[in-house]
Design a protein around this ligand. Structure first.
Ligand SMILES: C[S@@+](CC[C@H](N)C(=O)[O-])C[C@H]1O[C@@H](n2cnc3c(N)ncnc32)[C@H](O)[C@@H]1O
Length: 319
């Protein structure tokens, strides 16, 4: 993870120590291989006004050390740098997540806006909510209105860092690409969205640094078709969700063989991914509460927008 390793220790987005203590992270390797979760202990190299800028979490069982870089805890046992760390992807997701908050439209004419974020904001997710694959953070901030606390777990270090920056500054500032190398800086207020009960870490949704049954709700938006092994991910998510908790999953099922081998795609030539997920929920004791088709626009540049139509499923785990 070159970006993280090169990061400076002078941080604008330090991890808040009170939130770290409250989350009780466990080793994402030992806790899934043994019978008991193994707590991580925090050592601080630099702390400013109660916020940890740099330091590490250490496992009580194995020699692993999970660094805090630029205020972002890297709790991924195998950190990778991916296309989601690249500036072009970041500006695209920053637009997708936040363009509607800008006081003046960022595009002329503005593209049609779906109700994607509003539909997710109204999901009844309570307690400790995990936003898995949280990218630059919009959904975590949206669901934080109903939750006690939201933890975004995102594999891209750069995206997690951006999400934390928005949480700290309550502003969205980035270079928006218009075409080719042309673009402009945009900077607007996000304070109506940002609350203090949200934290983001760099981690793997399939190796969560959390003990079984701690989460009251799980959100996995457009993640399942970006994973090496979706079925394995579902069983890990199920393990951290408490009985009675809700699992909200959205996906356009836009599979890529270079990411997910075709044999691991949910569904097949006979059964759709939706049917495969409904079967998975039934087999694991969940009652499906909502099924909906959503619209989501991704902006590549000012003349290239992609419309996704993710399926939303919400299911409640039996008590
Ligand atoms: C298609 S984007 C969706 C982002 C956001 N949830 C949304 O709906 O706008 C997928 C995100 O999942 C992240 N991701 C991919 N694999 C992951 C994993 N194993 N654990 C956590 N995040 C992952 C990517 O870095 C990327 O930010």
């Amino acid at each position: 993870m070159g970006g993280a390793a090169a990061a400076s220790t002078i941080s604008l987005t330090p991890m808040r120590r009170n939130l770290v203590d409250r989350l009780s992270f466990v080793c994402p390797v030992c806790s899934w291989s043994g019978s008991e979760p193994v707590p991580l202990s925090l050592s601080v190299d630099r702390e400013v006004a109660g916020e940890v800028v740099s330091g590490a979490f250490r496992c009580g069982n194995c020699p692993r050390r999970y660094p805090i870089l630029d205020g972002v805890a890297v709790l991924d046992p195998e950190p990778l740098r991916s296309a989601y760390d690249e500036p072009d992807s970041l500006q695209s997701y920053l637009w997708t997540h936040y363009a509607d908050l800008s006081h003046e439209p960022l595009d002329d004419p503005p593209p049609p806006a779906g109700d994607y974020f509003a539909r997710l904001a109204e999901q009844p997710l309570g307690g400790l909510v995990l936003d898995l694959g949280s990218s630059v953070g919009r959904l975590a901030f949206e669901v934080s209105a109903r939750a006690d606390f939201v933890l975004g777990v995102e594999r891209s270090f750069e995206a997690a860092k951006r999400a934390r920056e928005i949480g700290r500054t309550r502003r969205v500032a980035f270079h928006l690409r218009d075409e080719g190398n042309r673009g402009r800086y945009v900077d607007f207020d996000a304070s109506r969205l940002v609350r203090g009960n949200v934290e983001f870490v760099c981690g793997d949704a399939a190796a969560l640094p959390l003990a079984p049954g701690v989460a009251g709700g799980i959100l996995a938006a457009n993640l399942v078709d970006r994973l090496r092994d979706p079925d394995h991910f579902l069983s890990r998510a199920d393990a951290v969700l408490r009985p009675g908790g809700r699992f909200v999953l959205t996906a356009p099922f836009s599979w890529r063989p270079d990411v997910t081998e075709t044999g691991r795609w949910l569904g097949d030539s006979v059964r759709s991914a939706r049917e495969a997920l409904l079967d998975w929920f039934a087999e694991h004791g969940y009652a499906v509460e909502e099924q909906a088709e959503l619209d989501l626009t991704i902006r590549n540049h000012r003349r290239f927008f992609e419309l996704l139509r993710p399926l939303l499923l919400r299911a409640r785990k039996s008590v």
